[in-house]
Design a protein around this ligand. Sequence first.
Ligand code: PLP
Length: 401
Amino acid sequence: MSRETGQGNQGFETTAIHGTEGESGDPWRALTPPLYMTSTYTFPEMEEVDRVLRGDREGYVYSRAGNPTVRSLERTVALLEGAALGCAFSSGMGAISAVLLSILKKGQSLVFSRHLYSGTRHFVESMLTPLGATVHFVDFREADWEIRLESCLDKNSGGLFLETPSNPTLDIVDLARVGSICRKKGVPLVVDNTFASPALQNPLRLGADIVIHSATKYLGGHGDLLGGVAVGSEERIRPLLSEDGPLLGATLSPMNAWLILRGIKTLALRMEAHSLRAISLSRQLSGHPKVERVFYPGLATHPGHGIARGQMKGMGGMLSLQLPSLALARKFMDGLRIVRIGVSLGDPASLVEHPASMSHRGWPQEARRSMGIEDGLVRMSVGLESLEDLQDDVEQALRSL
Ligand code: PLP
């Protein structure tokens, strides 16, 4: 992992492990940051209340407005992404909804990439559109996406929101090119960096203004919690961190912040191991006669491979495979013995989900197709099991089709 991605002169792993050490003011100098599992804070006298509320002394009042363990997580993710400030939420959707509501002003429009996590798309269609927001979608697969993007972005645009790699089709967007268009137009660029994690990609360094993570996934890394984080400049994140804390109330539990901080210490190692397994499996799958298509940016045949190599330090643990039909996709999943059926991703255990039956079940087939999701598509979160066991499992499940 290169040294330029950590704090100051430090490497990424060093910052992930030691980034906010000593900042909590713990008198016992515990190696692991203390867990402040409290809803509120007390004061010896009213003068002290005034000092804290005036900002003359650092302090906490109420855990929705701030908590030392949650603060430590926000600082750590900000350092790893090269941001000034971070704000943690109780889930990735908590972060996404708060960020979108904070950038959208009355009468403005928002632009989204067509290939997006289903929950984000759902939020846009069921909450933002009814509020009167005009929404445009840009398909970054199209050859003339730049012309379409330029025509959508004007003085009325509140922001552009995208994912790269995207869920579940692993589409890659050229962040430097999009970032320069957004800068020229004066429109903030928001990137959901969940699939890559800060260990593999830092969109702020390529022109993004806000980066969002579902910490439920690789940051936590163990499938035992939900969380979300948004990071960016002081100007972009401060409105999310007003005196009352996350205004929409989607506050992260200190316990979950503590677990995510623990997960982050091994993030770089895990991402390397996920990536190694995913590239091997995607090669195995793409040579298999029963598989129609494999979506993995690490394959030279992926249309975004060149861009991904330029902007990512590894290709990550997510891949999708397309089988000839809905029935065969479901049979393949039923045939797996080690890989488990389940939504979510980024855990040590490998998981498969079938968008047509699970994450995108509510969408008509035509709508799914317009997002690039065929009925035979299966998404796999490649975990950390022994590679040979995963290879054997996939092979035996395909043989049964
Ligand atoms: N962004 C992406 C890319 C996701 O895959 C997900 C969940 O799967 C989310 C955001 C939402 O995160 P959460 O489930 O933590 O709300």
